[in-house]
Write a protein that binds this ligand. Structure first.
Ligand code: ADQ
Length: 484
């Protein structure tokens, strides 16, 4: 089996993958099994020529090689904070109003990708399979092709794809389409994202669907498919502390766990909870909302704004409705160790996951995984999270509709045991079937197939089981699915 080479903006700690959770667990597994190489930014910035070199620092970890490069301050500002997080992130999450199309951002974004490509070139072997991750690295594939690399190359986007008209508001949209055409396979979180991506290629650069389902874009034929990211339920549950630190709370708890990001719909969530308490006063003093929201990207202006908004909103709701012995909203603006999260989820009656837009949202899956099957809580989930395409047994809400969310909190609190158990069982079955290993293996199997000219059945309603089996058999990988 060929070696796997991963490239992403940041690299994960392969030796502590279980602690990191999410996709890193599966990636670490594959890197170990295929003696892989993982290249990314070291997280360091500086001003010397040293910071723009093309010779990475290497570290061996559990049979995998981790290669990292620093960024210069200017690269950090224009490539990372600028084009990646103040252009692509807002537009892809349909927040065109927050995009900052500043001169210089795009050029630096491409320059950093070219530097990563030049760094990778001498490290590549002829039969390596290359897998590039996320929006920071869209141009990397084409930069490698320009350097003469013909290896199979796949790209996975962790965030949503916006409707074509929005995508095309990005001044460099044609260049982005050309960059995307450098890959053999584009993996997306949902089928809705695939539809948007195909529509974008058609409208933006006259892409054409071929008979075998692939798309002809410029002079290349590429495959676009959905591979919803999952979690590893067992290792997530194993990460919990041996003894619960949670004291049974007198009040029933709703839990929210989100990075402090304007895409996560936190103000709407707070307002909905306030509205619920106003509309159904019998629940006052009986219910609380705990929101854990660690800070991210604080040097991007929009992130400082959302922080201020939340602080004043929680203060206002607590001031208006709270009592001396009852504070309705517990807002924690800090990171929490992952192992504590299992405990917190388990002691919460409602998982309140209401992003305005989200590629997948792993918190929704973690919350369900942590529930006691004999007395599970209820997941309230935004229809605009990618997870909603799979998690149909959650209570699905429109995160812009505060009134509907307030009413749904009541429905969730009053749901009978049998219904909670039925919904939970169905949700767990989906989480186990499409776990993080399935995601990783099916993407790589598809990439191998595409590169060798075979096509696999589509991932879709009727063909799910067949597609799963076929992808796993084709990859020649042991299936964890068969034991579930
Ligand atoms: P994120 O936007 O970071 O990821 P998400 O999928 O929710 O969003 O994953 C967050 C992870 O961080 C979860 O595993 C969660 O437990 C953890 N986390 C969140 N808040 C935490 C806290 N306070 N303390 C500790 N841990 C916390 C991007 C996309 C998503 C997509 C993922 C994976 O934006 O849509 O689901 O990638 O593809």
């Amino acid at each position: 089996m060929s070696r796997i080479v991963l490239v992403s903006n940041r690299v994960g700690d392969v030796s502590k993958a279980a602690l990191a959770g999410g996709v890193v667990i599966a990636i670490a597994d594959v890197l170990r099994a295929r003696s892989g190489l993982w290249l990314g930014w070291s997280g360091k910035t500086g001003e010397k020529a040293e910071e723009t070199r093309t010779t990475p620092d290497f570290q061996e970890m559990d049979g995998a090689t981790i290669a990292t490069l620093p960024l210069s301050h200017r690269e950090y500002k224009d490539y990372y904070l600028g084009y990646s997080n103040a252009v692509l992130w807002p537009v892809f999450h349909t927040r065109l109003d927050l995009a900052q199309f500043e001169a210089g951002y795009y050029q630096r974004y491409v320059d950093v990708n070219r530097r990563f490509a030049e760094t990778l070139l001498p490290l590549l072997k002829p039969d390596d399979t290359i897998w590039v991750h996320d929006y920071h690295m869209i141009p990397l594939g084409l930069e490698l092709r320009k350097l003469g690399v013909n290896n199979p190359m796949g790209f996975f986007l962790h965030i949503p794809v916006p409707p074509a008209q929005l995508f095309m508001a990005i001044p460099e949209y044609r260049d982005l389409a050309r960059s995307l055409s450098g890959y053999d396979l584009i993996g997306l979180q949902t089928r809705a994202d695939c539809a948007n991506m195909l529509d974008f290629f058609k409208n933006a650069v006259f892409g054409r669907i071929l008979q075998d389902g692939r798309m002809r874009v410029f002079d290349r034929e590429i495959s676009v498919k959905s591979f919803p990211v999952g979690i590893d339920m067992d290792s997530f549950l194993e990460s919990r502390p041996r003894r619960s630190r949670e004291q049974p709370t007198p009040a029933t708890r709703l839990i929210g766990v989100d990075r402090l990001d304007y895409t996560k719909g936190l103000p709407q969530k707070f307002r909905a909870f306030g509205r619920f308490l106003e509309k159904y006063p019998d629940y006052r003093r009986k219910v609380i909302l705990s929101q854990i929201a660690p800070p991210t990207r604080e040097s991007v202006v929009a992130y400082a704004d959302i922080r201020n908004e939340l602080e004043s909103l929680s203060g206002m709701i607590n001031g208006r409705l709270g009592e001396l012995d009852w504070v309705p909203i517990h807002y924690i603006h800090r990171s929490t160790p992952r192992r504590m999260l299992v405990d917190v989820y388990q002691h919460s009656r409602i998982g309140f996951v209401t992003p305005l837009r989200d590629g997948m949202n792993l918190v929704a899956k973690e919350y369900v995984a942590a529930q006691d099957p004999d007395d599970p809580g209820v997941l309230v989930l935004s229809r605009f999270a990618g997870a909603a395409e799979q998690m149909k047994q959650a209570l699905i809400v429109n995160p812009y509709d505060v009134e509907e969310m307030a009413d749904t909190i009541k429905i969730a609190l009053e749901m009978g045991l049998q219904e909670r158990k039925d919904r939970h069982r169905a949700l767990v079955s989906g989480i186990r079937s499409y776990d993080t290993f399935w995601w990783c293996r099916s993407f790589l199997a598809e990439l191998d197939a595409v590169a060798s000219g075979k096509t696999l059945p589509p991932f879709g309603a009727a063909g799910d089981e067949a597609a799963k089996k076929a992808t796993i058999e084709l990859a020649g990988l042991p299936s964890r699915l068969s034991s579930n």
